[in-house]
Design a protein around this ligand. Structure first.
Ligand code: ZN
Length: 64
C-alpha cells in the first residue's frame, strides 16, 4: 500500500493522486506513516480529534 498511496499534507487523506481530492491545490506526499480507516466520521472519536469529516483512509503521520 505504501508505495502507491500518497497523503495530503493538510488533511492526511490517502489518495493515489498527486493532489488532494479535498484540497484541490494541496500536494500529496509519499512520506507518511501508518493509516486509519474512517467509515463514519460523525461517530468516530478518532475522526473528531483529527478533524476528519470525510470517510476514507488517513495517514497517522505525514512528513511536512
Ligand atoms: Zn487535503
Amino acid at each position: 500500500m505504501k508505495q502507491e498511496y500518497r497523503a495530503c499534507k493538510k488533511c492526511k487523506i490517502l489518495t493515489t493522486e498527486k493532489t488532494c481530492p479535498v484540497h484541490a491545490n494541496e500536494k500529496t506526499t509519499t512520506e507518511w506513516y501508518g493509516f486509519i480507516i474512517i467509515i463514519d466520521p460523525a461517530r468516530s472519536e478518532i475522526a473528531k480529534r483529527a478533524n476528519i469529516v470525510e470517510p476514507g483512509a488517513y495517514a497517522i503521520r505525514v512528513r511536512q
